[in-house]
Design a protein around this ligand. Structure first.
Ligand code: SDX
Length: 335
């Protein structure tokens, strides 16, 4: 349902005016080591919101559901930016009400008290596109985690924290960071065949990060849009010739030409290109998955609302027990 002009203005105003975090929550960040991964901080702080925002945890109250939804969508960029600032030892930057969502996020990440920070419109447009493309994606692992947590009646902050924890894995949202680390490890175009061979070797656990998908068995639509965006951003920033992007382009070409990847229908996914763009935008590699979590909060919240505003039962995935039929107890001194 796309809003009309009035609805859009009301929604944007609601989100904008809830971007600040409860000031006492700043103390939570100080409990982490400086080298904590931003996703560890986000999992902790978002879960802790249950302990601060008691007036929006009753999931049977529509108004409280709406307040919790707006608070989570509005505060995720602030929490993600604070997680970054904390790890680099810089002061937190408060959100502003006179800039858009993506620009606010970039400001909170990169502004410093010593000078004014002007958001580059190229960067904020690319950031907005990344948030939009990551917003939702059906019943992926982290969204299913949010729905399963919600099915027990847990409060929205706890459910979103569960989603953040699941998204962190390198097979899921952590793939954008893992993909950049892989491109850095490959280092130069001439080492690509070695890594392709490793990815094909059944005895080597190495996989090409940013390739393959649980559902898509073709080039996924987000990757197509992000590939254009990557070319645009790198061109506008004048870094289209940087070695990392050259390795990425050659790796994509080599993988797509290789029968193994064609047979198994392994194509570049959203994380392959988003990592390149985020790197070009100057986003630290440890923040890539926090970006993904920030964008995906919109989808998690939508699934949460859809589920709990319709009849539902607690989730209980079935299992096939393949263990022994019976085992006699053997006393400790006889084992
Ligand atoms: C996301 O679900 C979603 O929608 C997720 C997501 C979202 O928006 O929420 O789209 C976001 O998580 C994208 C995926 C990001 N992950 C990665 O880029 C990590 C690398 N990819 C792989 O780990 C893997 O492709 C998965 C996890 C994405 C998909 O796993 P599947 O569907 O279980 O595929 P599989 O493991 O069964 O692989 C099928 C075959 C296997 O070989 P065989 O056992 O048949 O011989 O393909 C091989 C795999 O070994 N294979 C790969 C590979 N991915 C699969 N071989 C080398 N490199 C790879 N990347």
């Amino acid at each position: 349902h796309l809003p009309n002009a009035t609805e859009l203005e009301e929604f944007e105003s609601l989100v904008t005016n809830h971007t600040m975090l409860h000031e006492q929550m700043v103390n939570f960040f100080r409990g982490f080591r400086r080298d904590a991964h931003p996703m560890a901080i986000m999992t902790g702080v978002v879960g802790a919101m249950s302990a601060f925002y008691h007036d929006s945890t009753d999931i049977t109250d529509q108004h409280q559901r709406e307040v919790a939804s707006i608070r989570l969508i509005a505060k995720m960029p602030t929490i993600a930016a604070m997680a970054y600032k904390y790890t680099v030892g810089q002061p937190f930057v408060y959100p502003r009400n006179d800039v858009d969502y993506a620009s606010n996020f970039l400001r909170m990440c990169f502004a410093v008290p010593a000078e004014d920070y002007e958001v580059n419109p190229i960067l904020s447009r690319a950031m907005d596109r990344i948030f939009t493309l990551h917003a939702d994606h059906e019943q992926n692992a982290s969204t299913s985690t949010v729905r399963l947590a919600s099915s027990s009646g847990a409060n929205p902050f706890a459910c979103i924290a569960a989603g953040i924890a699941c998204l962190w894995g390198p097979a899921h949202g952590g793939a954008n960071q893992a993909c950049l680390e892989m491109l850095n490890e490959i280092g130069s175009v001439d080492r690509i065949p070695e890594f392709i061979a490793r990815a094909k070797d059944k005895h080597d656990p190495f996989r090409l990060m940013g390739f393959g998908h649980r559902v898509y068995k073709n080039i996924e639509p987000r990757a197509t849009v992000l590939k254009e965006s990557a070319d645009e951003v790198l061109g506008l920033l004048g870094v289209e010739n940087n070695p990392l992007w050259q390795v990425a382009k050659e790796l994509e070409k080599a993988a797509l030409a290789d029968p193994y990847f064609a047979e198994k229908k392994l194509f570049p996914n959203v994380d392959f290109y988003s990592g390149i763009i985020l790197k070009a935008l100057g986003i630290p590699i440890e923040m890539f998955t926090a970006m993904f979590a920030t964008g995906r909060t919109v989808g998690w919240i939508s699934h949460w609302n859809e589920m709990i505003t319709n009849p539902y039962r607690i989730g209980r995935p079935r299992q096939l027990y393949t263990g022994a039929d019976s085992r006699d107890y053997v006393p400790l001194n006889k084992r």
